[in-house]
Design a protein around this ligand. Structure first.
Ligand SMILES: C[S@@+](CC[C@H](N)C(=O)[O-])C[C@H]1O[C@@H](n2cnc3c(N)ncnc32)[C@H](O)[C@@H]1O
Length: 197
């Protein structure tokens, strides 16, 4: 896993980013419409090219959005400029850097599900640092009931409950399908809504 950054940099450089559907994630829109992400300040982890961060800013959140691939953040900044929304984009590694906070809400789409295999304790440490009691976290992750190769990493319900429940109460666990850059490929996913204990 030492080449994790290099691997993602290569994906962006070569334009291989199946997760980048180009539209705001419908499951995020559903959660926003339901009002389950509360507060004002929000940190998006692994924001990629910023589509969901822009939607979150449009919905009134003060968004800080981070990704460790500079090319992704450059693209996100350009998209936010065109969309005329203000977002604090930062190139940063969630396993190494300080992102301030605590934030009212956290969002990730497709980060927990792979970083849990890189360094779960360090990731949970970061998430607890950037949240406080009552902060909510919506994590969208691949669902182990379906395996695709190539496809997103996945996690089982048993494992996600074991890994996340020490610091977060799982408020809702729903199944949905990820959108991708191909209409035919819609892998099964988890929508995990949590509240910091
Ligand atoms: C599957 S992609 C999802 C991107 C974006 N959330 C989306 O839905 O389009 C995972 C993203 O997390 C970023 N990432 C992975 N590990 C990271 C880390 N340790 N720190 C910051 N970003 C990371 C990758 O560069 C990539 O953009």
């Amino acid at each position: 896993m030492a080449n994790e950054l290099a691997d993602f940099e290569k994906c962006y450089r070569e334009g291989f980013k199946p997760w980048d559907s180009g539209v705001a994630c419908p499951e995020l829109l559903r959660a926003l419409d339901a009002g389950v992400l509360k507060g004002k300040s929000l940190l998006e982890i692994g924001c990629g090219t910023g589509t969901n961060a822009i939607e979150l800013a449009r919905r009134g959140f003060q968004v800080t959005a981070t990704d460790f691939v500079k090319q992704a953040i450059d693209a996100a900044c350009a998209k936010a400029k065109t969309a005329k929304v203000k977002i604090d984009f930062r190139v940063g590694d969630v396993l190494k850097d300080d992102f301030g906070g605590p934030y009212d809400a956290i969002f990730d789409r497709g980060v927990y599900h792979h970083i849990r295999k890189v360094n779960l304790p360090r990731f949970i440490e970061t998430i607890t640092k950037v949240t406080r009691k009552g902060s909510r976290w919506l994590s969208l992750a691949g669902n182990a009931k379906e395996q695709h190769d190539p496809g997103p990493p996945t996690v089982s319900e048993k494992d996600l409950r074991k890994e996340l429940s020490s610091h977060f109460e799982i408020l809702e666990l729903r199944e949905f399908r990820f959108g991708t850059d191909s209409e035919e490929f819609r892998p099964l996913a988890w929508s995990i809504l949590m509240e910091r204990k």
